[in-house]
Design a binder for this molecule. Structure first.
Ligand code: ZN
Length: 301
């Protein structure tokens, strides 16, 4: 017999039962996009009721929140977003939804990285690269901020949040090591990749890979014809061997680059969103493994 039934059997009044039910009600939480949603779910587990605004396969740089999403934000105790300008639509959504809870920017406290640091010469050098999750240690940081916020909003379950966060951080540290080992077989000079937009600066800085992209750090910016022509020359001159489309970006520009340079397309990297659960990047960990495997396979001598 479960605990509530035993209490009923003991002849208790409805009041303590109601208190029990309230204590067990999951915490309403919102995450701005699919990758962050997975990390929040890893820490929150069954204690939270999670709404993810920009789902799998969708571009969180640009989004039009629906009325249902605004209602979910209005009812949430916690809203998690990445920050660094990634979700430009979030401040307005928070204002218009009547949100009364706590808004947490998981990237707060991380060292900003300029777009140019990715090696992409086509982005604007002064722009901050918001794709911090492409470096696993940054997600360890996100995890800590998520656990702190959940503990602040739901102190009774704090030990569970801390325990789940610690187990997840252990897996992330193993993942980080696994990615570093995977790259060890690729000579440094060969570690050059072309993708759709400058989404991999943090991956570049952590794992020693150079990324070039015709589009800047946001998919909102258009690639220029001059920039594309420069990139074609550079791919040929430097004998770059790997071109990848991205799951959230229009593949046509990269396909054009492939035709003009004769470089084989290496598949789709998951930059800013997960795949559906049955796809190759249904979780953050799967996403990082998939991207790494694809790039290493294309570049290994
Ligand atoms: Zn992006």
């Amino acid at each position: 017999m479960n605990r509530i039934l035993r209490l009923v059997a003991a002849g208790l009044t409805a009041a303590p039962l109601l208190a029990l039910a309230q204590a067990a009600a999951p915490l309403p939480v919102v995450a701005s996009f699919s990758i962050l949603g997975d990390v929040v779910a890893q820490v929150g587990g069954p204690r939270i009721a999670l709404t993810v605004i920009v789902g799998a396969g969708s571009d969180a740089h640009v989004h039009q929140p629906t009325p249902a999403q605004a209602r979910a934000v209005g009812a949430a105790r916690l809203v998690f977003s990445h920050g660094m300008g990634f979700e430009g639509w979030m401040p307005r959504l928070l204002r218009s939804s009547g949100f009364k809870g706590t808004h947490v920017l998981v990237s707060e406290g991380l060292q900003p990285l300029r777009g140019a640091a990715s090696g992409g010469r086509h982005g604007h050098a002064h722009d901050i690269d918001p794709h911090t999750w492409q470096s696993v240690p940054a997600v360890v940081h996100h995890t800590g901020r998520i656990a702190d916020a959940l503990c602040g909003a739901d102190a009774a379950a704090c030990p569970q949040y801390r325990e789940r966060a610690a187990a997840y951080v252990q897996r992330l540290q193993a993942l980080d090591e696994e990615i570093r080992r995977a790259w060890a077989g690729v000579p440094a000079a060969e570690r050059q990749v072309v993708s759709s937009h400058d989404a991999f600066g943090h991956y570049a800085a952590r794992y020693g890979v150079r990324f070039l992209a015709p589009q800047g750090i946001s998919t909102e910016a258009e690639a220029s014809a001059k920039g594309v022509a420069q990139l074609v020359r550079q791919i040929k001159a430097e004998r770059i061997r790997a071109l990848f489309v991205e799951n959230i970006a229009d593949p046509r520009l990269l396909e054009q680059l492939g035709r003009e340079t004769g470089v084989r397309m290496g598949g789709a990297l998951y930059s800013d969103a997960l795949s559906p659960p049955d796809g190759p990047a249904g979780s953050y960990e799967a996403l990082m493994r998939h991207n790494t495997r694809l790039m290493v396979q294309a570049l290994r001598p």
